[in-house]
Design a protein around this ligand. Structure first.
Ligand code: GAP
Length: 463
């Protein structure tokens, strides 16, 4: 196993053993491409979502939140082009019946599938004598629709066909009129949504990288078409700023211009933000200029005007859209890959997560130095209550000795450990009324007065 493979193994193992991420349905053998977030993973996820809402909604005047339904009917998804064109190229091993992504198979054989049609791929597999990983022949490449289909109610006629949404974006477009009529926004404005999306990926892989159930954080920013280039650049900068805020290793982030043959069916320009994951450089976020593709299609299919009238220019038009789209699960994987660190303390290797304090599952852990002295435990409990009331995600940790507690908190990324000890309670001692604060990244300690803790952590934890 090389270093990158080892790193990936360590991250997956840490996620399971420390309650971040579990394989869904593990008790029954597990489901491929579907994961559950455990107690610490849920805290991490919520911290990221809250920070995203703070940056992209609360700190702005022009963006609204939405929480639209996951289940969508066939009509809107036909209008949006997903029923017809949301497909991946699939190829099957003729002996085992196992399915593969044809473009991935070509890439693994050093053939660039960019711009190839299905027929080209079939031909290329034949011409290059490419066989399956099991050494068998492949059949012809065909298109496979990635949407998860379901049926509403007891009737099985086609009007009851529904889908789990493949992107949160469509819920925003089909609510454009509701948002205009209820909020009366002026262009430019954004609608932001965080939520689950579903894709029946042919080969889910790389832990939480390619999932069948995923979560997206998306903004549809409605603009006048004349300003699309400036808005596109502005949102590119915003996405870079966001990446820095959440502690991504910026040296591992790359902006990649996607060529016309490789863009999604709705996009006139796409820049992917790719990240150097341990398994290679792959997409993390996407920024797309969707023009007025979606609103025009929904207007046509629903026979409803989806327009905007500019009160100053007295001009009516179908707004265009810039779409910053951020997958939450891939964000978490990139954060973990950026944060996982090993160093040496007292001759021992320690592993720790160098998470930005704003997103760490626990901001602070509080412990009594010893468990068998009531006055120390009581004071530690009091400090714990004070900090929990102010900062919420604070852990209580009194297991094992202090050294072991530090290691445990390091491993889950807690930036500060507060310890109440004998000196805290010894009147006349220079450290009376203070606690020890130990810093995760440096392992250094300092004394801070209990009365100063709120100010101290407010400053340290502010973004
Ligand atoms: N609304 C635009 C859209 O959905 P996309 O590039 O298909 O565009 C956006 O997806 C983001 O969603 C990606 O950049 C990625 O972060 C995330 N994503 C897409 N498919 C995913 C999958 N199968 N597993 C995990 N994340 C995925």
């Amino acid at each position: 196993m090389n270093n990158d493979e080892q790193l990936m193994e360590k991250i997956i193992s840490l996620c399971k053993t420390r309650g971040f991420i579990f394989q869904a349905g593990e008790l029954y053998g597990g489901m491929s491409g579907i994961f559950d977030y455990g107690p610490l993973g849920t805290l991490l996820k919520n911290n990221i979502k809250n920070l995203w809402i703070r940056k992209f909604v609360e700190n702005r005047r022009d963006t609204y939140l939405l929480d639209s339904a996951i289940i969508m009917g066939e009509k809107p998804l036909t209008a949006s082009g997903h029923v017809g064109t949301f497909v991946d190229p699939l190829v099957t091993d003729l002996e085992t019946g196992k399915d593969y992504r044809a473009d991935h198979i070509l890439e693994e054989n050093n053939i660039n599938p960019e711009g190839m049609t299905i027929d080209h791929m079939t031909q290329s597999i034949k011409d290059n004598n490419i066989s399956s990983p099991e050494g068998n022949d492949f059949g012809d490449v065909r298109e496979f629709n990635l949407m998860l289909k379901t049926q509403l109610g007891s009737s099985s006629d086609s009007s009851s066909t529904a889908y789990l949404r493949p992107e949160t974006a469509q819920g925003i477009f089909i609510n454009y009129k509701n948002i205009m009529d209820s909020m009366h926004p002026k262009i430019p404005f954004g609608v932001a949504q965080i939520g689950k999306a579903y894709r029946n990926e042919i080969t889910p892989r790389n832990f939480i990288f390619r999932l069948r159930e995923l979560e997206q954080m998306e903004i549809e920013y409605f603009i006048h078409p004349d300003s699309w280039e400036a808005e596109f650049d502005y949102w590119k900068d915003e996405m870079n700023e966001w990446s820095e805020m959440i502690g991504l290793d910026m040296n591992k982030l790359h902006e990649v211009e996607i060529g016309p043959d490789d863009r999604a069916h709705y996009s006139q320009r796409t820049v992917d933000f790719e990240f150097d994951y341990p398994f290679g450089q792959k997409e993390l976020f996407g920024l797309a200029y969707r023009g007025n593709y979606d609103l025009s299609k929904h207007a046509g299919a629903s026979k409803t005007k989806l327009q905007y009238t500019d009160p100053i220019r007295n001009e009516t038009f179908v707004p265009h859209v810039i779409e910053p789209s951020m997958g939450l699960d891939r964000t978490i994987l990139a954060i973990l890959a950026s944060a996982y660190t090993e160093d040496e303390i007292d001759g021992n290797t320690r592993s720790f997560l160098k998470l930005a304090p704003a997103i760490a599952p626990y901001k602070i852990a509080v412990s009594p130095l010893v468990k068998n002295k009531d006055h120390i435990v009581d004071e530690a409990n009091r400090v714990f209550g004070l900090l929990k009331a102010e900062f919420g995600n604070v852990a209580w940790d009194d297991n094992g000795n202090v050294g072991k507690r530090y290691r445990r908190q390091d491993e889950i990324g807690t930036p500060f450990c507060v310890v109440v000890d004998y000196d805290t309670l010894e009147e006349g001692h220079a450290d009376f009324g203070t606690v020890s604060i130990r810093h995760r990244d440096t392992a250094q300690q300092e004394r801070v007065a209990i009365t100063e803790l709120n100010n101290y952590f407010t400053e340290k934890l502010s973004n």
